[in-house]
Design a protein around this ligand. Structure first.
Ligand SMILES: Nc1nc2c(ncn2[C@@H]2O[C@H](COP(=O)(O)OP(=O)(O)O)[C@@H](O)[C@H]2O)c(=O)[nH]1
Ligand SMILES: [Mg+2]
Length: 375
């Protein structure tokens, strides 16, 4: 910044009676950015990267290129999708060397605080951590997750941590593709711990379960819902339940909740063969119990690698992902077909008027569709 100087209306030989001083302005517009700076920014932005640039940059652990590759993966344009697939194909041999951990819980359970605390410890221990978020509702609610950079103060500053908020992109199908591909990019860039934060709303949890090795459910004691939904739902997806905020007055209640959950889990099937889901208490804020949680996750990895389920699950996840994409594509082609568009309402009204059983109706429509593609 240049030195303060006197305004030009101050007489040349004036003494201290004129107190006004002005700052020297910058060139260019009122946003305060000199043109030279702006042009530089533009030229950086404009430089188009080709597939080898992305691949090389990511393998060289270049964070800026990684961020740009994620943006590429998040794009819905056909051209970008094609380029992204090329990049991913090249990078595939360098992916997979990580533990992928999903973390869910109601808003306010302490997920971001927990990730910040445990993540900071892991980085100190030499790990490289990527924190991603899955929250399709975030575009509407402005995000309870949103990567919470503000709640992850320590991590946001850490050199070896990469935080990426939930991709926007409407349907959950799009969000999950983007997140899955982002995981692969981060792994190729050397991130060996991947945390995926999600909120316990709708399909999110099932989606995140389908892309991680270890699934962690964060709970708080005394929220009145300790054993609700214990038979079904998210608890059956969890490899561990963590009762967070086990500090201060809450300590005892957390311990009671832990015992209740442990008892209830006894009767449920584990989502991971060869592993019994564990229930633990912790305090993210006071950093109590975090080491034990990381030890548990490592124990899990050793155990499931030894019985091959770790590798098997990942293979199945890739296959399911592929089949989901095929189903989604076929469904789109079917419902966008002009002939189907005209026939569908007619057949639907036959079904609602008891003129045609649903099975016959489906067969009829599928036959029409198939005939369109004969010859
Ligand atoms: N007492 C206590 N408060 C916590 C703990 N962890 C998080 N909190 C607080 O709970 C609130 C919600 O935390 P946040 O991490 O944003 O929850 P998220 O919505 O699940 O990501 C914040 O005010 C935190 O300071 C904890 O271990 N103990
Ligand atoms: Mg959060």
């Amino acid at each position: 910044m240049s030195e303060k100087k006197r305004p030009e209306w101050v007489p040349k030989n004036a003494g201290k009676e004129y107190t006004t001083r002005v700052m020297e302005g910058v060139e260019s517009k009122h946003d305060g950015m000199p043109d030279s700076y702006k042009n530089k920014q533009k030229s950086i932005k404009r430089k188009k990267l080709q597939s080898p640039d992305y691949v090389k940059g990511i393998l060289n652990k270049d964070r800026i290129i990684l961020a740009r590759a994620i943006t590429l993966v998040e794009s819905n344009s056909e051209k970008h999708i094609k380029l992204a697939q090329q990049v991913l194909k090249e990078l595939l041999p360098y992916t997979g060397n990580s533990i992928r951990v999903g973390i869910t819980g109601v808003p306010g359970a302490g997920k971001s605080t927990f990730i910040d605390a445990l993540g900071s410890q892991l980085i100190k221990a030499g790990h490289k951590l990527a924190v991603l978020a899955v929250d399709p509702s975030s575009s509407i609610t402005k995000g309870s997750v949103l990567g919470d950079k503000t709640r992850m103060e320590n991590l946001a500053r850490a050199e070896n941590c990469f935080i990426r908020p939930s991709p926007s992109g409407g349907a959950l199908g799009g969000v999950s593709r983007k997140t899955r591909e982002t995981i692969l990019l981060c792994e190729a860039a050397g991130y060996d711990v991947i945390f995926i934060e999600t909120v316990g709303v709708g399909q999110n949890e099932i989606t995140v379960r389908s892309m991680v090795d270890f699934f962690l459910l964060l709970k708080i004691a005394g929220a009145g819902d300790e054993l609700q939904g214990i038979k079904k739902g998210v608890i059956e997806l969890a490899d561990a339940i963590l009762i967070n905020k086990a500090d201060g007055d809450n300590k005892k209640r957390a311990e009671v909740a832990r015992q209740d959950f442990a008892r209830a889990l006894h009767y449920l099937k584990s989502p991971t063969p060869g592993w019994h889901p564990e229930v633990k208490t912790c305090s993210a804020i006071q950093q109590i119990g975090l080491k034990e949680i990381w030890q548990m996750i490592q124990h899990f990895k050793e155990k499931t690698e030894a019985n091959n389920y770790f590798q098997y699950r990942r293979q199945q996840q890739m296959l399911n992902w592929m089949h989901d994409l095929i189903k989604e594509y076929l469904q789109n082609v079917f419902y966008r077909d002009e002939k189907i568009k005209t026939e569908l309402p007619i057949v639907e009204s036959k079904v609602t008027n008891d003129k045609l059983p649903p099975t016959a109706a489906a067969q009829q429509l599928l036959e029409i569709f198939e005939n369109r593609y004969k010859n």
